[in-house]
Design a protein around this ligand. Structure first.
Ligand SMILES: Cc1cc2nc3c(=O)[nH]c(=O)nc-3n(C[C@H](O)[C@H](O)[C@H](O)COP(=O)(O)OP(=O)(O)OC[C@H]3O[C@@H](n4cnc5c(N)ncnc54)[C@H](O)[C@@H]3O)c2cc1C
Length: 642
């Protein structure tokens, strides 16, 4: 498969999602849901009610003070008022809590305009409203991650039905805000299956609060180990509910740890940035931190979703990765004075009628439609590219291009990140973590946690030599070009063509066999690869191909691919006992053809494991990228002993 090609055997997508009821603004200014026959918020002291019922009811802010991190989950995101009130209380709280994780579920998300109008009710929430609205995602079903205050506050917004969405989550919840429409109007939200998930996700000393004291709710919580009590309600309401788990065991605080990352490509750099954002000091080790021998060293790379019609682990992962990456790129600071991602849009040309039909089906998927992805006809293709295309195409406006080598450098520009330009030849467990050795056999660094992110060469280390990584050579060709002719977006046709960037258009990328070796043999540039790139362009866009000039430059590199087209991201299994992990050792490799989209969510998934944070993808998706899967499959085939 070439970069961004999609396997041809996709099936119809089941993840179509349901569109929500149209909420209605009443003349008195209340926002009403006809589906639930209730108002979204009380215009009479709604914010004070939130503070009373949920914050005070859960013993906040005192409860999160002197904790490393604290996780609150809510049923029913609605207008986001509870979350904003909590974020504000966290900002104002003098305690030492490093990170606040908020989780909320919503089956019928409000539109951004309804949300904006609703939040206008509370000017006292100040810039927090704008902060939330800027990142508020399109109503695409799935897990969305919003990050505020430089990573101190994270919101995991689950769009979908509560029991199903919580069922896919891995988290340890310290406090529950049991909100949403009342049990009589929305019994679904309070049913046994949702309460099962509340119990499953709760920390041993979790607390819960709710505006309702309905008998059924109290019984369901009690049956799951919560002691329920009534407390004075807000305003005219006599009672509210406060509940706590019987076992009052406080979680152990996380120890201070030394972090090392091997490899400075997009995998290592995204990982370093994720750790630095969590206030951790980290050392990145790479003999070529300028990325001269890295796939991430390309001058330009395409950031676009890999779309599937199927509902398998590969589709789930690619959907999650794209959702995460769009928000991640939006949040990045400027790189060289410009946004890291130039979102000029990507036009995928349909090469025949079958592909056009497939694009029609893709465009109806929630993850495409909710992001304004749309089918375009031949005339619109002509408008976008200056060249007609009989079968039209698929237009993805949020996609674009980055300068990967500059992006990696920018991600590592943080006072908490130190870079050592050496190769790690060997790693060995020590009493307190891991020792990293250079080629002379000297220990260059000791660390408690090591994240191995050096692509194909991660197999240098005896603990990780079982990885089924395969090299695929790729070459991009830079052609002299003048602005004003041809597309200003990225155009794909199996290969891709960039807009004019610095007086050139980039055609990428070849996808070639490469003999495996450890360490990898670095490829040279080849004329036949340039010719292949030009030929692909000439076949798809003959008029434009004829207008482009000579080859200014070319670059060849290696992709690290896996047999199931998914990366390896997570704890490294112990090859001698695959049910166990090697403590403190993590892998982030196998990014194949899409590392610029997939590295950010992989780094976040590793952080979830390191810091006991909610996962930013479904737990089944995290399992699908867990490195141990290959050893487990081999064990099933009888190739390794468990
Ligand atoms: C031609 C081409 C075009 C591509 N186009 C796109 C695209 O448009 N969009 C997209 O999303 N993806 C694209 N990809 C894929 C993408 O580039 C990769 O998925 C991604 O760069 C992999 O990042 P990485 O950090 O895992 O590995 P790399 O970027 O290869 O980085 C690995 C690093 O590890 C270091 N290292 C190696 N051995 C050691 C050691 N012993 N000790 C310490 N460090 C070591 C290396 O020096 C290197 O810097 C393309 C790939 C190629 C080859």
């Amino acid at each position: 498969m070439s970069d961004h090609e999609t396997p041809p055997d996709d099936k119809a997508d089941k993840n179509t999602g349901e569109t929500g009821p149209e909420p209605r603004w009443r003349e008195d200014g209340a926002l009403v849901s006809d589906r639930f026959g209730d108002v979204y918020f009380s215009r009479d002291g709604g914010l004070d009610e939130t503070r009373h019922v949920f914050l005070k009811g859960c013993g906040l802010p005192e409860r999160w003070q002197n904790r490393d991190h604290f996780t609150i989950a809510e049923t029913g995101f609605g207008t986001g008022l509870n979350m904003l009130a909590t974020w504000q209380a966290f900002r104002d709280s003098p305690g030492q809590c490093r990170q606040l994780n908020l989780i909320s579920v919503e089956a019928y998300p409000l539109t951004k305009s309804d949300m904006t109008r609703a939040l206008d009710e509370w000017p006292e929430l100040g810039d927090l409203r704008a902060g939330l609205l800027t990142q508020y995602p399109p109503p695409e079903p799935g897990v969305h991650r919003l990050v505020f205050d430089g990573g101190r506050v994270c919101l995991t917004l689950l769009i979908g039905e509560a029991a199903a969405m919580f069922g896919q989550l891995q988290a340890r919840v310290d406090a529950w805000f049991l909100d949403g429409f009342s049990p009589s109007k929305n019994p679904e939200m309070w049913r046994e299956e949702v309460m099962d998930q509340v119990a499953r996700l709760s920390a041993p000393d979790a607390v819960a609060a709710s505006f309702t004291v309905a008998r059924a709710v109290r019984d369901r919580l009690s049956a799951r180990g919560f002691a329920c009590n009534k407390a004075p309600g807000f305003g005219r309401k006599r009672d509210m509910l406060v509940a706590h788990r019987e076992a009052l065991i406080r979680p152990e605080p996380l120890p201070d740890r030394r972090f090392a990352i091997i490899g400075a490509g997009i995998a290592g750099s995204a990982m370093a940035a994720a750790l630095a954002a969590r206030g951790q000091a980290v050392t990145v080790i790479d003999p070529h931190p300028g990325l001269e021998r890295a796939a991430s060293g390309n001058p330009v790379g395409i950031v676009m979703p890999r779309l599937h019609l199927g509902d398998d682990p590969v589709s789930d992962f690619n959907r999650s990765a794209w959702r995460f990456a769009t928000a991640w790129y939006d949040r990045l600071p400027l790189v060289d004075g410009a946004p890291a991602l130039t979102d000029c849009g990507v036009l995928q040309l349909a090469r025949d009628g079958d592909e056009a039909a497939r694009f029609q089906r893709l465009a109806r998927l929630p993850n495409v439609a909710s992001r304004s992805g749309t089918v375009v006809d031949g005339e619109q293709v002509c408008f976008l590219t200056g060249t007609g295309n009989e079968h039209g195409g698929l237009w993805l406006p949020e996609a674009g291009w980055v300068r990967p080598h500059r992006l990696c450098q920018a991600l590592r520009q943080h006072e908490a990140i130190t870079v050592i330009d050496k190769a790690v030849a060997r790693i060995r467990p020590s009493d307190s973590g891991w020792d990293l050795f250079d080629a002379t056999g000297e220990v260059m660094l000791s660390a408690d946690v090591v994240i191995v992110a050096n692509g194909l060469d991660s197999r240098l280390y005896s603990q990780l030599d079982w990885q089924p990584l395969r090299p695929k050579r790729g070459q991009i060709t830079e052609l002299a070009a003048e602005a004003g002719h041809g597309p200003n977006c990225i155009t794909t046709f199996g290969h891709y063509l960039s807009p004019v960037i610095d007086g050139r258009r980039i055609v990428g990328a070849s996808y070639d066999h490469w003999d495996d070796a450890i360490p990898a043999n670095w490829p040279d540039v080849r004329d036949d690869s340039d010719e292949g790139n030009r030929a692909a362009l000439a076949a798809a866009m003959p008029a434009l191909a004829g207008m482009l000039g000579h080859v200014i430059d070319s670059r060849a590199a290696l992709r690290a691919t896996t047999p199931d087209h998914l990366p390896l991201a997570g704890p490294a299994p112990d090859p001698e006992n695959i049910a166990a992990v090697l403590p403190g050792l993590y892998l982030l490799t196998g990014l194949g053809s899409t590392g610029l989209v997939t590295a950010p969510i992989c780094a976040e998934t590793i952080c979830a494991s390191l810091f006991d944070e909610p996962l930013s993808m479904a737990d089944t998706t995290a399992a699908a990228i867990a490195p141990a899967r290959f050893l487990e499959r081999a064990a099933k085939r009888g190739q390794v002993t468990v």
